[in-house]
Design a protein around this ligand. Sequence first.
Ligand code: MSP
Length: 658
Amino acid sequence: MCQDCKKKFYITTPIYYPSSKLHIGHTYCTVAADAMARYKRLQGYDVMFLTGTDEHGQKIEEKAKAAGVTPQEFVDNIVCGEKGVLDLWKLMNISNDRFIRTTDDYHVAAIQKIFKKMYENGDIYKGAYKGMYCTPCESFWTESQLVDGKCPDCGGEVHEAEEEAYFFRLSKYAPRVRELLTTTDFLEPKSRVNEMVNNFIDPGLEDLCVSRTSFTWGVPVDFDPGHVVYVWIDALFNYMTALGFENDRYNDLDKYWPCDVHFVGKEIVRFHSIIWPAMLMSLDLPLPKKVYGHGWLIMDGGKMSKSKGNVVDPYVLAEMFGVDALRFFLLRTFPFGSDGNFSNELLINTINIDLANDLGNLVSRTTAMVEKYFGGTLPAERQFADIDDELILMLTGLRDRYEAQMEKFQFQNALDEVFRCIQRSNKYIDENMPWALAKDEANRARLATVMYNLLESVRICATLLLPFMPDSCQKIFRQIGAAEEVTTWQAAKLWGKLPETVTVHKGEAIFPRVDTAKALAELEELHQQQLLAALPALETEPLSAETVEFDDFCKCDLRVVKVKDCKTVKKSDKLLCFTLDDGTGEDRQILSGVRQWYPEPEKLIGKTLVAIVNLPPRKIMWRDSNGMLLSAIHKEKGEEVLHLVMVDDAIPAGAKLE
Ligand code: MSP
């Protein structure tokens, strides 16, 4: 079919804030959208799959400042730099057709035009933003955001203030948006509709402040310098500017708009289901057909970014378990509309049970038996039995059952359908006992039929798994000898598409079993390393809040001492034994637990140190210790680091410190 005659499907992910590196939670929605896009392409649609980055706003401006770079340099690094957003989508095999950055010139210019249009049609007006203002932070806060009446950021005083700002007449569109949400399938799952109506629309929608003057990293309002466009307006219109709305860079608006579905995380459903349609209504533009608010991957009941016990870096997980296993896990384990508790154990279990045991075994047992019993190529003889009918019926009906779930974005249920067939096929092996059939040449036709049926099951299941695990399914096709024309959407509903005398190529295990204990230990080790790496390089003890009386301090007799000798102490890996000249003419012995930082004690001989000499004598490891050497302690990457306090060698032994 020619490209123009194909049915169109336009799907988007949210555009990501490049304020820090993305974690596995961020990949969730993109992997889901990718599976959906691949599924629609498999069905024969002309798909436009858009993702991108949302690069403006105060947060980015502040982070860039802290990093000592320009905001553009900052976002360039996170988006295009090594292991940045673009690298991550490449790694995860994301098949987006387009990538938009809100700092792209064509988008910026389009946003300025859009803002002006809404200003000209009267839906954006100039007013005053009132709130509690914190001068040092240059931020407005609402009463409810304040903490004990103070600025939630710096804890400082706030005062009532007003600032000129533009507003969008969101209130005007409240009735139409309410109707859209309550009488159509615009927003799904349905539970999110109640949330929007009860929490936001019914309590009364206020007009939305859509410009800022307190920072500059945004799209400038071209007719009023000093104002930048509110980041959500800039961000939401990406879905249209990326197709060519109000710009010449692209020309795909007629082809793909209105969008078929926006996949968004639950916390940004409000922007997509209330503000976005209201703005489109203001411009008299067609509304997207659907917004789907998916759940979050959470960890130990909390936010992933604050995760403590699990590795959430998609690079690490993909390297350890494989990209396809990771993609599969995300969509197999959690219902898309609800939150899901992520853990490394769950990931490993899913890989071992579904991929290594069920699917992997089915493929490797089947190809191994075809090789063993027929030298790799099936003979043409067939002998069908009643027991085959159930399998064939189940497999030829799979595509419809799968489709019904995919159309509702129920990836978990769609995969459930496929895995039921995989499990059924494994059972079919046990029921038919090919190893027993192989014992008698008279069963040759029956054995060939059993093998053929199994290869057909694998073919259909792998075709429907293509959107989830594209590379692995191609490997499966090579192993079972399935050419491209029998791995199509149409062929997934039909039995008997593989050649009668198909040749298999048994290869390496596609989904090797994971050694759970070993993998968890490795992940734990990596996690500890990540925690250390995330610690500030240098840590010092907070200053003591307790005061000491001057007279008490003066009681400490601090003296300069010279190291005459320094040795390790038998049976102690901590202690060094110092022989010191303290100016009295008699040697002073001090034992000090510094060996770890001075592995070559003889190098300390001749150094000028400081000791407190009027501590009561102590016995340490059966030796006398008369006093204590002063040292400076701090932490580096979580490890304690100690330096003996050394003073100028010109100071004589016995000099008193005051
Ligand atoms: N920039 C906005 C979106 C603008 S769309 C016009 C934004 N960016 S974000 O980077 O903060 O989040 C992007 C998406 O990642 C959101 O849909 C959010 O829900 C999703 N997730 C962030 N953490 C997540 C999990 N732990 N689990 C699942 N999705 C998560 O919001």
